[in-house]
Design a protein around this ligand. Structure first.
Ligand code: SF4
Length: 294
């Protein structure tokens, strides 16, 4: 494995005001992410932090001033891991995400953790003390070979096992099917696999507006040659019909199987069905509108 360049960084705060639809604050205890996903949109962080190394080969460990009066954030939603994974393998040594959870004990915040790791299980003792915590695992394939081609995080099997364990422990869980690779991500197979221990299923399409577009298109050309025309149609000609058709299929699947299918407007909707709620985070407004009208 490539050597990771570790730096230590003193910062005023680990809290950043967020304009994400689901959280008022984001919490990123690290700069960079050693999961090194090939499609990582967060690699734009390099521009702001002066890093010239390849994404995934460096990690800045943040050391912040202790959060003053955590209780003043009561009722606010904080998401850990918007441009890093707070449970990257180095967290096992540096424990910065754990430090954040310790500082926020008793604060009354709504805690969301997004990860591709099962290291989060280490901190269940702390996580359980938050009012209604939610942990999300990104899973966009059941094919471990494709996963290995795309990231250096733990296997899909380990992510699913962690999700199951958390669900059994009474923690709300999300399967974040993201990014959906057209004709590669088997959305319904994933849903069938996790539906019994998952509260929410978030769907997000692959977006190739970043610098990584050439890498992903190169990968598709090499490994999924048959799909090149489809990817060209979507990512060069901006044809949305694939996403609209998928949206329709999800709606049909949801209706047939008794799942609620909604847009991103209510990410914490309480579940009247006893089955996971499927939430559409496709970026296209027409598609959102289409799901909204249901
Ligand atoms: S886990 Fe998230 S932040 Fe980390 S490299 Fe992958 S997409 Fe980027």
């Amino acid at each position: 494995m490539e050597e990771i360049k570790i730096n230590h960084l003193k910062v005023k705060t680990v809290l950043t005001k967020s304009n994400l639809p689901i959280a008022g604050y984001s919490v990123n205890p690290y700069v960079g992410c050693t999961h090194a996903c090939k499609y990582c949109y967060a690699c734009f962080m390099k521009r702001f932090t002066g890093h010239t190394e390849a994404w995934g080969t460096f990690l800045d460990v943040k050391h912040w001033e202790r959060i003053k009066n955590p209780r003043r954030y009561a009722g606010q939603t904080m998401i850990v891991g918007s441009v890093t994974d707070g449970y990257n393998p180095q967290e096992e040594v540096f424990c910065r995400t754990r430090a954040f959870l310790e500082e926020m004990q008793g604060s009354g915040i709504n805690l969301i953790i997004t990860t591709k790791s099962d290291l989060v299980l280490r901190d269940l003792d702390l996580i359980k003390t938050f009012p209604s915590p939610l942990i999300s695992w990104s899973i966009n394939t059941l094919d471990e070979n494709f996963k290995d081609d795309m990231d250096r995080a733990v296997s899909i099997g380990r992510r699913i096992a962690a999700m199951k364990k958390c669900h059994e422990e009474g923690i709300r869980t999300t399967c974040f099917i993201s990014p959906i690779f057209p004709e590669i991500t088997r959305v319904f197979e994933i849903i069938e696999k996790i539906k019994d221990f998952c509260d929410y299923i978030w769907l997000e399409n692959l977006n190739l507006r970043g610098n990584f577009k050439a890498d992903i298109m190169g990968y598709i050309t090499e490994k999924y040659t048959d799909l090149v025309p489809l990817y060209e149609q979507i990512y060069s000609k901006n044809d949305m019909s694939y996403w609209m058709a998928l949206d329709k299929k999800v709606a049909e699947y949801a209706a047939t199987n008794g799942f609620l299918y909604v847009t991103d407007e209510e990410p914490f909707l309480r579940n009247p069905t006893g089955k996971p709620i499927i939430i559409n985070y496709f970026y296209h407004s027409q598609i959102k509108q289409s799901a909204k009208n249901r």
